[in-house]
Design a protein around this ligand. Structure first.
Ligand code: SF4
Length: 690
C-alpha cells in the first residue's frame, strides 16, 4: 500500500473552463486522474468547485487526441513528422508573405492557452511576421465591455475581486447567468444574499437561477438595456441622489452627460423596454439605498449592435452614484474562458501590445522595437471579423489559428466555413481534430494545460500558476514550443526553455505586469494586476485615481442602437442563447469528459408554455428553426423560464445541425465588431418524426 501511495502525485492546477479561475490539486497515478481536490489556500474558490472543474478532465486522455502532425493531401489528412509539417508551414507562410505582404496572413490566438503562449504568439505575429493581424475570442464576447470600461474608467478589467463582490450591498446582474456560467462566483453571491442581507437585481430575458433568487427580476424587451439603465440614471440625477463629492473630485464631463439623458424619461423607457415605471423607480431606489453597488454583466449586454454603448451606460450609472474604488463597488464584466482576460492582457489584440498599450503609440513601439531588435508595424491589424471579411475581399490569404473553434463559435458559421474553404493556407493547432481543423492544410497536435507549465489570468485579473502533471501525449507539444519552432523557421532565433522566461520578458516590457514573476507565483500565491515593480498587486482599482493622465473618470454620453430586425416579418420569434452548467462553449472538452457528457448529451430549445400551447408543441418534439442565415433541427423543452415569443438555445453541442451559429448573423457591435449573437429572429416549424 505504501508503494502504491507513493506513486500518487498531487499537483496544483487552475481550471481550464470558466473565467472564475478556481485552482485545486489534481491527484494522479501514472496517466490516471484520481480526483480533483480543492484546498482552502485556493484564493478564489477555497474548497469549492463546480461540475466542470471537478469532472471535466478526462478529455486529456481521450482517444480522440491529436498525437501527430497532419498534412492535407487532397481530401485526406496524412500523418507527418514534425519537421515535414513545420517546414511546410514555414515555406507556405514565407511565400504568401512575400507575394501578398505581411498583412495577408491572420493570427488567431487562444483564450484556453496560457499567458505566455499568447505573449509568444503576438510576438511571432508582430516581430517575426510583421503584422498586427492578431486577435482572440474576446472579440466574440467581452470586447464591448473592455471598450466601455476604457472609455469611462480607463482599464479593461473587473474593478475588484470576486471576494469583494460578495461584500456589496447591492449586486445588479445584467444579461448573465452566473449560476451556470460562473458557478463558484455565483455561490458566493448566493451565500451573501441569503446570509448577509445583500440585495440582488437581475435583468435578464430568461428566468435563470439568479433571477429566481433575486429581489427584483427585470425582464426588458431584448436589446433595450441601455434605455432602462439611462432612465434609472436620469431618475437618480433628478432626485438629487448622485454622489456630488465623488463627481466633483473624480469625474469629468458631468454637465454634458446629464444633458445627454434628457430623452430618457420613465415614460419613454417604459414604452420601449416594456418595464413598468414602478420597476424602474424601484431599481433607482435600491441603488440609492445601498451603500455599495456593483454591476456584473456578460453576453446578454455585449452581444448586440450597441454592446459597447450599453457597457458604457453601466459605467456611467456607477460613476454618478460614486460606486467605484471601494470594496463592493464597481464594474464586473464576467469573463467566459479561463484565460480570455489573459489573452487580451498579453497582447493578442490587433490594436494593443501586452498591457493595453497602443500599437499606434510611437514611444511604446520604440520600447518593443529596441527589446526585440526589429521594426514593428504601426497600424492596427485586422480583428477576427475583418480577417473573415478579408478572405472574401481577397486581402487575407492565410491564417494561423491555435486552440480556437472559430468555424463553430463565430456568428453566421455557414459563411465563416465558406471563407475558410477559400484560404490558400491554413494552420490549425489544437488538442483535438476540431470542426475548424477540417478546413486546415496543416494540423499541429498541441498539449492541454495538464501537460505543460504556465499561468492563467481569471476574470478578476488574478494571475495564477499551473503546473505540468503529465508528459504531452504522443508527439503533441505545448503551444509555446510549437510557436517558437515555427518562428525560428521563419528567421527568429529564440531559445526559450521555460514559460517563466516569456513571463519575465512580458513583465520587463509591459508596465501593467512589472512585478509579475514565477517566483512570486509559487505555490498558491497569485498576483492581481496592475502589479508594481515590487510585486504588489492591486485588489481594488481606482481607489485614488482612474486610469487616465489626470486621474479622473470620464462620463461618456451614449445613444441607443435598435437591435437588428430582418425585413421579413415571418421571422417572428426572438432567439436567445447562452450556456448551461454542465457544458462549456463548443463542447470540445466537456463532450469528451465522460462524467459530464453522460449527464447532458445534447442541446435543446426552450419554449414558453404559451408558445407551446399556441403552436401545439410538446416536450421532446422536433422543430426546425430558420433564420435568414441558416437552419437547425432541434428538440423542444417547454419551460416557464422563457416567456412569450422568446426562445433560448444553449450554445454547446457536438452536432453542427443544432448549432446556434447556423442561425446568427454577420452584424456586429458598431465599436468592437462583437457579433450580435443575441439579436436573432427566427421562425419555427414543427417537424414530423422519421
Ligand atoms: Fe472551473 Fe469555473 Fe467551475 Fe471554477 S466555477 S471549477 S473555474 S468552471
Amino acid at each position: 500500500a505504501a508503494m502504491r501511495k507513493s506513486r500518487i502525485k498531487r499537483t496544483k492546477t487552475v481550471c481550464t473552463y470558466c473565467g472564475v479561475g478556481c485552482s485545486f490539486e489534481v491527484w494522479t497515478k501514472d496517466r490516471h486522474i484520481l480526483k480533483i481536490e480543492p484546498v482552502v489556500e485556493a484564493p478564489v474558490n477555497g474548497v469549492s468547485t463546480c461540475i466542470k472543474g471537478k469532472f471535466g478532465w478526462d478529455y486529456v486522455n481521450s482517444e480522440e487526441r491529436l498525437t501527430r502532425p497532419l498534412i492535407r493531401k487532397g481530401d485526406k489528412f496524412v500523418e507527418s513528422s514534425w519537421d515535414e509539417a513545420l517546414d511546410l508551414i514555414a515555406s507556405k507562410l514565407g511565400s504568401i508573405k512575400e507575394q501578398y505582404g505581411p498583412n495577408s496572413i491572420g493570427y488567431i490566438a487562444s483564450s484556453k492557452c496560457s499567458n505566455e503562449e499568447n505573449f509568444i504568439f503576438q510576438k511571432f505575429a508582430r516581430a517575426v511576421m510583421g503584422s498586427n493581424n492578431v486577435d482572440n475570442c474576446s472579440r466574440y464576447c467581452q470586447s464591448p465591455a473592455t471598450a466601455g470600461l476604457m472609455r469611462t474608467v480607463g482599464l479593461g478589467g473587473d474593478s475588484g475581486t470576486i471576494v469583494d463582490i460578495a461584500k456589496s450591498d447591492l449586486i445588479i446582474i445584467i444579461g448573465a447567468n452566473p449560476a451556470e456560467s460562473h458557478p463558484v462566483l455565483a455561490t458566493r453571491v448566493k451565500r451573501a444574499h441569503k446570509l448577509h442581507g445583500q440585495k440582488l437585481i437581475v435583468a435578464d430575458l430568461r428566468r435563470n437561477e439568479m433571477a429566481e433568487r433575486s429581489d427584483l427580476h427585470l425582464h426588458p424587451k431584448p436589446g433595450t438595456d441601455l434605455i432602462w439603465l439611462s432612465a434609472v440614471t436620469k431618475y437618480i440625477i433628478d432626485q438629487g441622489w448622485v454622489d456630488r463629492e465623488f463627481i466633483n473630485n473624480r469625474v469629468n464631463g458631468y454637465d454634458e452627460y446629464v444633458k445627454s439623458l434628457d430623452m430618457y424619461t420613465l415614460e419613454y423607457a417604459s414604452e420601449v423596454t416594456g418595464l413598468t415605471k414602478e420597476e424602474l423607480i424601484k431599481t433607482a431606489n435600491m441603488i440609492h439605498e445601498a451603500s455599495s453597488t456593483c454591476v456584473l454583466w456578460a453576453m446578454g449586454v455585449t452581444q448586440h449592435l450597441g454592446g459597447t454603448d450599453t457597457s458604457t451606460a453601466i459605467c456611467n450609472l456607477l460613476l454618478v452614484t460614486g460606486n467605484f474604488g471601494r470594496p463592493g463597488t464597481g464594474a464586473y464584466p464576467l469573463r467566459g474562458h479561463n484565460n480570455v482576460q489573459g489573452a487580451c492582457d498579453f497582447g493578442t489584440m490587433p490594436s494593443y501590445f501586452p498591457g493595453y498599450e497602443k500599437v499606434t503609440d510611437p514611444d511604446v513601439r520604440a520600447r518593443y522595437e529596441k527589446a526585440w531588435n526589429v521594426s514593428l508595424p504601426a497600424e492596427p491589424g485586422y480583428d477576427n471579423h475583418q480577417m473573415v471579411d478579408g478572405i472574401q475581399e481577397g486581402k487575407l490569404k492565410a491564417m494561423y489559428l491555435f486552440g480556437e473553434e472559430m468555424a463553430f463559435v463565430d456568428s453566421n458559421s455557414n459563411f465563416v466555413e465558406e471563407m475558410f474553404g477559400k484560404l490558400e493556407f491554413f494552420v490549425v493547432q489544437d488538442v483535438f481534430f476540431s470542426r475548424t481543423a477540417q478546413f486546415a492544410d496543416v494540423i499541429l497536435p498541441a498539449a492541454p494545460s495538464l501537460e505543460k507549465d504556465g499561468t492563467f489570468t481569471n476574470t478578476e485579473k488574478r494571475i495564477q500558476r499551473f503546473h505540468k502533471v503529465f508528459e504531452p501525449l504522443g508527439e503533441s507539444k505545448p503551444d509555446w514550443m510549437i510557436i517558437q519552432e515555427v518562428a525560428n523557421r521563419m528567421g527568429a532565433n529564440w531559445n526559450y526553455t521555460h514559460p517563466s522566461e516569456l513571463m519575465a520578458e512580458a513583465a520587463s516590457l509591459a508596465p501593467l505586469f512589472a512585478g509579475v514573476s514565477y517566483e512570486r507565483l509559487e505555490g498558491w500565491n497569485s498576483q492581481v494586476w496592475p502589479v508594481g515593480p515590487d510585486g504588489k498587486g492591486t485588489l481594488i482599482l481606482y481607489e485614488d485615481r482612474f486610469a487616465f493622465p489626470d486621474g479622473k473618470a470620464r462620463l461618456y454620453p451614449v445613444a441607443w442602437t435598435e437591435p437588428f430586425k430582418p425585413d421579413d416579418t415571418s421571422y417572428d420569434l426572438h432567439l436567445n442563447n447562452g450556456r448551461i452548467l454542465e457544458h462549456f462553449h463548443e463542447g470540445n472538452m466537456t463532450y469528451k469528459s465522460e462524467g459530464i457528457t453522460h449527464k447532458v448529451p445534447g442541446a435543446w430549445v426552450e419554449v414558453s408554455p404559451e408558445l407551446a400551447a399556441e403552436r401545439g408543441l410538446k416536450n421532446g418534439g422536433l422543430v426546425r428553426l430558420t433564420s435568414p442565415y441558416g437552419a437547425v433541427k432541434i428538440r423542444v423543452l417547454v419551460t416557464e423560464n422563457v416567456k412569450g415569443n422568446e426562445l433560448y438555445l444553449p450554445m454547446h453541442t457536438q452536432n453542427v445541425d443544432e448549432a446556434v451559429n447556423r442561425l446568427t448573423s454577420s452584424y456586429y457591435d458598431l465599436v468592437t465588431h462583437t457579433p450580435n449573437y443575441k439579436e436573432m429572429k427566427v421562425r419555427m416549424e414543427v417537424l414530423e418524426e422519421d
